[in-house]
Ligand binder design. Structure first.
Ligand SMILES: Nc1nc2c(ncn2[C@@H]2O[C@H](COP(=O)(O)OP(=O)(O)OP(=O)(O)O)[C@@H](O)[C@H]2O)c(=O)[nH]1
Ligand SMILES: [Mg+2]
Length: 291
């Protein structure tokens, strides 16, 4: 089980709570504290626990099994967004953005492999022309996965690399184009403008295309990850999140605050460094795997 660390930690703490308390109010208070410690965030934790309290006040059954069943239900509700924009998988341009070192390039490799297995003709664009070695890193992944990659030179305008890739996408009938970008902070105006320029290049050069912007964040940064997305979102629209390195944290609660506070869907989760270490995010499966 991928999240066995999180699950073990959570269930032993839950057992302790039920062993040392009988009063349901006290039990909920303890659960509240546990959720905050698990990185769920204050606001989201309060929402979950208020709902739980409301339900339990009306009922006689305060057994651990029942409380846990209700808690799971509330958690799944938080993770289920009402309206999620759909992108046509056969006509998909994905622009992958985020700060340095969060796992953008690795996630692109993983997603290109998923799309290829789905039967899509996949093209990559090496839009990180900033960091030394970034182009080669993506080219190596492309070779390993067995997909094509359009690369420019170090220091080249990323929009011009994406322009080349857009032309190839149309001329050679690709289904999926995934563009890598350099790591950037939201307060670097020229770098944020670059994202808009890349988006415009795609829109101008591929007919009827809706560019999907996926922001990669690192789960080990905890609640800071939420602030990171907020800052980015202020400057450029984000359609979905790729949450990486969930295998390297014993918490994982950040998933709840991202969806609840930002209303942005998590599309994929990264659970390791290898090509298959990625999963499409599913609320029920996720909650089942952590508590
Ligand atoms: N454990 C773990 N490591 C990951 C995961 N995703 C990426 N990594 C590691 O994180 C490090 C950075 O990954 P990159 O894909 O190069 O990150 P990036 O965002 O492209 O970095 P820059 O291009 O430098 O901004 C590498 O060592 C990856 O192997 C994951 O889901 N789990
Ligand atoms: Mg990279």
């Amino acid at each position: 089980m991928i999240f066995s660390k999180i699950k073990e930690a959570f269930s032993s703490k839950i057992n302790n709570i039920f062993k040392s308390h009988e009063d349901i109010d006290e039990i909920i208070d303890e659960i509240e504290e546990l959720l905050i410690l698990s990185d769920v965030g204050m606001k989201t934790t309060s929402e979950i626990c208020n709902e739980l309290r409301k339900d339990l006040l009306k009922e006689d059954d305060t057994s651990k099994e029942h409380v846990m069943e209700l808690l799971k239900e509330k958690m799944i509700n938080i993770l289920t967004l009402e309206e999620v924009k759909e992108f046509d998988p056969k006509k998909n341009v994905i622009l992958v953005v985020g700060v340095n070192g969060v796992g953008k390039t690795t996630s692109i490799a993983k997603i290109s492999n998923l799309y290829k297995k789905m039967g899509n003709k996949v093209l990559l664009a090496a839009g990180d022309t900033f960091r030394a070695g970034a182009i080669e890193q993506l080219e190596i992944w492309a070779r390993n996965v067995g997909v094509e990659c359009v690369s420019g030179k170090d220091g080249q305008d990323p929009a011009s690399v994406v322009f080349e890739a857009s032309k190839k996408y149309t001329d050679e009938g690709y289904d999926t184009l995934i563009c890598d970008t350099a790591g950037r902070l939201h307060n670097k105006k020229n770098l944020m403008d670059e994202i808009e320029k890349i988006k415009k290049t795609i829109d101008r050069n591929i007919e009827d295309i809706d560019t999907e912007v996926l922001m990669v964040i690192d789960a080990t940064t905890g609640q800071n990850a939420v602030e990171q997305v907020k800052a980015f979102y202020d400057k450029t629209s984000v359609d979905g999140i790729i949450l990486t390195k969930l295998d390297s944290t014993a918490k994982g609660g950040v998933v709840f605050s991202i969806i609840n506070e930002l209303n942005i869907p998590i599309k994929y989760i990264g659970v390791g460094e290898k090509i298959d270490d990625i999963k499409e995010f599913n609320a029920e499966e996720f909650v089942d795997s952590i508590i």
